[in-house]
Write a protein that binds this ligand. Structure first.
Ligand SMILES: *Cc1c(COP(=O)(O)O)cnc(C)c1O
Length: 433
C-alpha cells in the first residue's frame, strides 16, 4: 500500500517518518514532539468531545484540549455550525467586518478590566504587541517577566521561559541578541522581595510587568494569597503597566479570567486560545487611554492582514456565547477536583509524593514532596517518573500533555464516562509505577 494513497490515512509511524524529512523534528510546534517523555508522537486525524482519534485508529481521552482552546471539547456542533455559516459569506475581507465588533463587545463584557481591544492572530502577537504598547505609552524600555512564565515566542519574552522552551532545555532561546535580553528583567514568581529590589534598582525605567496570573506553562502554579494584589500595588506606585497574560486562563478559570476570580484590575490583558474556538486568534486590551496609543490613533504600530478574520471570529463568538449560556465553571471545577482526588488517593496508597495543584479545569501532577510555588520548585518534579506515568496512561487511552512541565485541561465534554474512565486509568497507572 502506497503511503500516498489519498483515501487512506497512513499510521503515525509512517507519517512521522515523512514529517521528519520535511519539517524540523517532524513538528510545527516543539511541545508536540514527545522529546521529554521519549517515544514518537501520535498523529490525530479527527477529534470529538473529550476524545482524539489517532491515525492508528486509537481513541484517546484528551487532557491537552489543543493546549487550552477546547473548553467545550472538540468539534462542538454549535461552533462547527457557526464556522460553516460564516464560510458561506467568505473567508477574509481585509476590511472591518461585523464579527469583529461582536467579538470586541463580548470580550469587553466578559473581562472587567478591558475597555478597548485589538484583535490579532496568536497569543504570541498579543503579548509582543502589548509590551510594545506599554513601552510606547510609558516611554520606558525595561520589562519584568517571571521565570517559568511563557508568553509566546517573541524575542524579549523567550528568557527563562516555560512550556516547550523549558521542556526542551532551552528556556533562553538561541538567536536573541544580548542587547535585547538586557531589557528583560527576570524574577522568581511569588517573591515580593525580588519585586521590591527590581523596582528599587531601576527607578522610572520599568515599562511593564507581564505575568501569567496563574502559571500554566511550568505546570500549573497558583500565586500565594496577596501576591497579585501586591503586584498591582507596586506597579501602580511606579507608573508601570501591569499586563496579565490570560491567553491560557482567560475564559477558563472564570468567565472574566483570573482577574475576575482574584478581583484585580490589570492595565492590559492578553487573550488567545479560547477566544478562537479552535481557530488561530489572539487579542489584547485594557485601559482606553493606553489602547488609544495604538495606530491609527497613536504612535505605536501594530497590524495584521488576517486580524479579525471572519471564520475565527465566528468560531470564537459561538464559543464565548456558549460559556455565557452554560456558565460551566462550577461543573468544570467539580471535574477537576475528582481528577485531583483520584490522583492524590492513588499516590497515597502507593506511598508516592505528589502535588496536584488544581483550579477549575486546570491541573498539574508534580512528582515531588516539595510544594510547588515557582520555577525552581517545579523543576524538582521527577521528570523520569512523569515520563513513565505518561506512557502508562497513554497505553490505557488517556492523553496527558507530553511533558512534566505542562498543565492539564478539562472541557465540558469530559463530564460523564470520560472522567470516570480517566480516574480509573490514572489510578491504575500510578499503581503500576
Ligand atoms: C499559549 C500561550 C501564549 C502563546 O500563544 P500562541 O497562540 O501559541 O502564540 C502566550 N501566553 C500564554 C500564557 C500561553 O499559554
Amino acid at each position: 500500500m502506497s503511503a500516498s494513497t489519498p483515501s487512506l490515512v497512513p499510521n503515525s509511524t509512517a507519517l512521522f517518518a515523512r514529517a521528519q524529512q520535511l519539517m524540523p523534528g517532524g513538528v510545527n510546534s516543539p511541545v508536540r514532539a514527545f522529546r521529554s517523555v521519549g517515544g514518537a508522537p501520535f498523529f490525530v486525524k479527527a477529534a470529538r468531545g473529550a476524545t482524539l482519534l489517532t491515525a492508528d485508529d486509537r481513541v484517546l481521552i484528551d487532557f491537552v484540549c489543543t493546549w487550552g482552546p477546547a473548553i467545550h471539547g472538540h468539534n462542538h456542533p454549535v461552533i462547527k455550525k457557526a464556522i460553516a455559516a460564516a464560510l458561506e459569506s467568505g473567508t477574509s475581507f481585509g476590511t472591518p467586518n461585523p464579527y469583529e465588533v461582536e467579538m470586541a463587545e463580548l470580550i469587553v463584557r466578559f473581562v472587567p478590566s478591558i475597555k478597548k481591544v485589538r484583535l490579532c492572530n496568536s497569543g504570541t502577537e498579543a503579548t509582543m504587541s502589548a509590551i510594545r504598547l506599554a513601552r510606547g505609552f510609558t516611554k520606558r524600555d525595561k520589562i519584568i517577566k517571571f521565570s517559568g512564565c511563557y508568553h509566546g515566542h517573541s524575542d524579549s519574552l523567550l528568557i527563562k521561559a516555560g512550556s516547550g522552551a523549558l521542556t526542551h532545555g532551552h528556556p533562553d532561546s538561541a538567536g536573541i541578541p544580548a542587547s535585547f535580553a538586557q531589557e528583560t528583567i527576570v524574577l522568581p514568581y511569588n517573591d515580593r522581595a525580588a519585586l521590591d529590589a527590581a523596582f528599587a534598582a531601576n527607578p522610572e525605567k520599568i515599562a511593564c510587568v507581564i505575568i501569567e496570573p496563574y502559571c500554566g506553562n511550568v505546570g500549573f502554579i497558583m500565586p500565594d494569597p496577596g501576591y497579585l494584589a501586591y503586584l498591582r500595588e507596586i506597579t501602580a506606585k511606579h507608573g508601570t503597566v501591569l499586563i496579565f497574560d490570560e491567553v491560557m486562563t482567560g475564559f477558563r478559570i472564570a468567565k472574566g479570567g483570573v482577574q475576575e476570580r482574584e478581583n484585580i484590575t490589570p492595565d492590559l490583558t492578553c487573550l488567545g486560545k479560547i477566544i478562537g474556538g479552535g481557530l488561530p486568534v489572539g487579542a489584547f486590551g485594557g485601559r482606553a487611554d493606553i489602547m488609544d496609543h495604538l495606530a491609527p490613533l497613536g504612535p505605536v504600530y501594530q497590524a495584521g492582514t488576517l486580524s479579525g478574520n471572519p471564520l475565527a471570529m465566528a468560531a470564537g463568538i459561538a464559543g464565548l456565547k456558549l460559556l455565557e449560556e452554560q456558565n460551566p465553571y462550577v461543573r468544570l471545577d467539580a471535574l477537576g477536583q475528582r481528577l485531583r482526588d483520584a490522583v492524590l488517593a492513588a499516590a497515597r496508597n502507593k506511598g508516592l509524593p505528589v502535588h496536584v495543584p488544581q483550579c477549575g479545569s486546570m491541573f498539574s501532577i508534580f512528582f515531588t514532596d516539595t510544594p510547588v510555588r515557582d520555577y525552581a520548585t517545579a523543576l524538582k518534579s521527577d521528570a523520569k517518573i512523569f515520563a513513565k506515568f505518561f506512557h502508562l496512561c497513554l497505553e490505557k487511552g488517556v492523553y496527558l500533555a507530553p511533558s512534566a512541565y505542562e498543565a492539564g485541561f478539562l472541557s465540558t465534554a469530559h463530564d460523564g464516562p470520560a472522567i470516570d474512565r480517566a480516574c480509573d486509568v490514572l489510578t491504575e497507572s500510578l499503581h503500576s509505577l
